[in-house]
Design a protein around this ligand. Sequence first.
Ligand SMILES: C[S@@+](CC[C@H](N)C(=O)[O-])C[C@H]1O[C@@H](n2cnc3c(N)ncnc32)[C@H](O)[C@@H]1O
Length: 273
Amino acid sequence: MNTIHSEYALGGSKHEYARLIRQAEFLKPMTRRVFQDAGIRPGMRVLDVGSGVGDVCMLLSEMVGPTGNVIGLEQDAGAVKFAEERMCAGRFRNILFVLSEFSQYVPDAPPDAVVGRSVLLYQADPATALAKVANHLRPGGIVAFMEPWLMPPQGPDSPTKRIVSCIVETLRRSGVQIDLGPRLHKVFASAGLPHPNMRFEAVMDSQDESPLYELVADSFVSLLPKAIEYGIAAPGEFDAGSIPGQLRGAMNAVGYAAMLLPTVSAWCRTAQA
Ligand SMILES: C[S@@+](CC[C@H](N)C(=O)[O-])C[C@H]1O[C@@H](n2cnc3c(N)ncnc32)[C@H](O)[C@@H]1O
């Protein structure tokens, strides 16, 4: 059986929200660089699609400053509630979270920029979804997206290869477009957007005891119920607590640094009126 399913595979649990926050800390410097290079500036009005628990919105809030504002669009009510609580606790005054499937949202005023991180790969038709949301932009507006490139592992069979294969295969069977990153320019073209600038980057950590191994293990734990449901993993096959150590041992054995989320970014400006 190789059926493709369609709901958000990582789910909406407290565990998943906490994982997104920890992951976002590592992705923050690369995300800031992409938004900076794309032209996000103080005073802008920015739509963040698939805002999750709010980390991209909070970064944008700093970048656009008190004269700008950020709207986060998210379809998971639990994530929106959690993001709002974090926003109040952090005293962010220029963010509005909206519970909405992003391609259905119609803004009150044209935004200066539409951005998203790790969201287009979850869409059944990323180009159509992107075209709908980019259509709201003012002339000369910014489009900037960052999408992971989830590569199936190579090399001989090993416990590590099995773990990474389970993650990638479970996402693929959930309808996630695992190689959307390197195809982002085609998605932009199909959405009627200009050729984007593109960048490929990953977070790497040179410490042997890198916390990135725990994060990979956390993704696996979020996905495990789906992996079992799809018959990719057997109940009781994995001991979640030992996964970070296994990953750490395998990377140290070949002398590689820890790596997280190879990510492709693409950004452009729409035509001036
Ligand atoms: C991997 S999370 C990324 C969250 C956030 N962008 C970040 O990088 O921290 C993807 C989020 O996109 C949301 N999402 C996926 N498709 C969506 C859609 N069509 N409309 C609104 N939200 C969507 C999911 O519910 C999930 O919260």
